[in-house]
Design a protein around this ligand. Structure first.
Ligand code: CTP
Ligand code: MG
Length: 248
């Protein structure tokens, strides 16, 4: 049985360096339903995109923030963001998959010694402390992501039949969240090794792993939910009530 990994304490890491932020928001929100695009969907009176961007902007002084959206929604998103004082965010055309949307944004980042932080628009309840921890870990180790320790017992199947192949050791299982952050050069090398076609990866950490890089975990909070289904909206309301990411 493998020993569970030790995570590096945040206090051991440095701070204050150049970083850019990418906030993928080009999904179609099919599972949430209701016709309203997910980034514009309001929770507690504020659009999800506004909550997520405000949280990110108060966490770090990013050089630039890019938000890939569905190409037909660029103008509407710009209007929404400027109504909330967020016109500095660069709204660009996303791709067919999440990873293509992030790649499109990465293509607009000016090369240099900096960290690129990627955070899904659909996770508005993150707190600044975790944003900074992931940034610092990426600065130190070049590739980092927030991940939650599994509370579930995980069964692995062959994928072909619903028959258990093995039960994974729960102490070694982490569920990937965002943010994920990388040195510019590592992410560039990851894309290059995959011919700039990242669509088979569901997150950038996966692409970095496949390219042979070591990716470090920062333990994330269970409150950092991804709003995916209508049930998540109920959970979101409860989190707001409990004071998570409380915004006026
Ligand atoms: N995303 C993106 N570009 C895509 C697809 C998804 O930027 N082509 C973003 C979404 O906007 C979201 C994140 O990736 O912030 C995670 O995706 P998900 O939770 O699956 O959201 P949606 O794709 O919008 O939802 P659904 O899959 O239910 O349609
Ligand atoms: Mg999706």
């Amino acid at each position: 049985m493998q020993k569970p990994q030790r995570l590096i304490p945040a206090a051991a890491l440095d701070s204050g360096f150049p970083a850019v932020c990418v906030v993928p928001a080009a999904g179609s929100g099919v599972r949430l339903g209701a016709g309203v695009p997910k980034p514009s969907r309001k929770i507690g009176g504020l659009p999800i995109a506004v909550r997520t961007l405000r949280m990110l902007l108060r966490s770090w002084k990013f050089e630039e923030v890019f938000m890939p959206v569905e190409p037909t929604r660029i103008a509407a998103t710009q209007r929404l963001l400027s109504r909330h004082g967020l016109s500095g965010v660069r709204v660009i055309a996303g791709g067919r998959t999440r990873s293509e949307s992030v790649r499109n944004a990465f293509g607009q980042v000016r090369p240099g010694k900096k960290v690129v932080l990627i955070h899904d628009v659909a996770r508005p309840f993150l707190d600044s402390r975790h944003v900074r921890e992931v940034l610092r870990m990426a600065r130190k180790k070049r590739a980092a992501l927030l991940a939650q320790r599994s509370t579930a017992t995980v069964k692995q199947t062959s994928g072909a039949a619903p028959v258990v192949l093995r039960t994974l050791d729960r102490r070694c299982i982490y569920l990937a969240q965002t943010p994920q952050a990388f040195s510019y050069r590592l992410l560039q090398a990851g894309y290059a090794k995959n011919d700039w076609r990242p669509e088979r990866f569901t997150d950038e950490a996966g692409m970095a792993e496949a390219a042979g890089f070591k990716v470090w975990l920062v333990e994330g909070p269970s409150s950092n939910i991804k709003i995916t289904t209508p049930a998540d909206l109920c959970l979101a309301k409860a989190l707001l009530k409990a004071g998570a990411n409380a915004l006026k």
